[in-house]
Design a binder for this molecule. Structure first.
Ligand code: HEM
Length: 213
């Protein structure tokens, strides 16, 4: 499982992000007016009340996935509350499934059109697929591979954070318009979050985990 310092740092980032996401989407801008203002020339008209409710469900399950995931990387929880680790693991999987289901509804309306809806939909398949692989390995009693695939899948919980960070950078550093910046954000975040965890895991002596892979 994760080394204590890594776990605490990641938990801090995770819970700060959860607080921000809940505050921003349910209190600051519950109508998603800022985000939706960039959606111009949509191929199909957006049903606002339906889209908003789907987005709320998306956000709630995204936050549950982030919380469930980080708790399961704790050695303390793993060693002392084995049953909880299992149940929480299934809760993580169910939450990811719901994030992807709601993402599937929102993807056709994504800012950037097909350019972004395609990678979103690919992720809707790849992300739960990673958890299925992780479950397969634990059924085979391969703890290291289980942990590594869970780690790879957990990285994707930060897709939204990375999209917004890269969009912000592209707008302010490269000076691109919002749509281009958002497209760069989607491709940039998915690429980084798929590649970086594997690079970290490929290192012989893992800087992150207590158990060696
Ligand atoms: C787990 C962390 C995630 C959080 C907290 C999150 C949160 C959000 C939020 C708040 C929105 C509304 C717009 C915005 O402010 O960005 C959104 C939109 C969306 N999310 Fe997520 N999301 C997460 C992960 C994902 C993942 C992994 C996918 C793909 C599998 C995804 C697919 C989408 C799609 C397709 C939209 C609509 C984009 C658009 O209309 O341009 N999200 N998400």
């Amino acid at each position: 499982m994760l080394k204590k310092r890594t776990l605490y740092s990641l938990a801090l980032v995770t819970f700060a992000f959860i607080l921000y996401v809940v505050y921003y989407n349910f209190i600051y801008d519950p109508q998603a007016a800022g985000f939706l203002s960039h959606k111009t020339n949509l191929k199909r008209p957006l049903q606002l009340p339906v889209w908003l409710n789907v987005m709320y469900v998306h956000v709630i399950f995204a936050c549950l996935a982030m919380a469930a995931g980080i708790i399961n990387f704790s050695s303390y929880v793993f060693n002392r509350f084995h049953r909880f680790h299992r149940i929480n693991g299934y809760a993580y999987f169910a939450s990811i499934f719901m994030v992807c289901l709601t993402s599937g509804y929102m993807a056709p309306y994504a800012t950037g059109g097909k350019m972004t809806s395609i990678p979103f939909n690919l992720l809707n398949i790849i992300w739960p697929g990673m958890v299925v692989i992780a479950l397969y390995y634990i059924k085979k009693d391969n703890l290291n591979r289980h942990r590594n695939w869970m780690f790879r899948s957990y990285a994707l919980c930060f897709t939204n954070l990375f999209i917004h960070l890269i969009t912000l950078l592209a707008r302010n550093v490269l000076g691109t318009d919002y749509k281009t910046a958002y497209i760069l954000g989607v491709y940039g975040s998915i690429t980084l979050l798929l590649v970086l965890p594997s690079l970290v895991l490929a290192r012989k002596k893992s800087p992150l985990f207590e158990l060696e892979a």
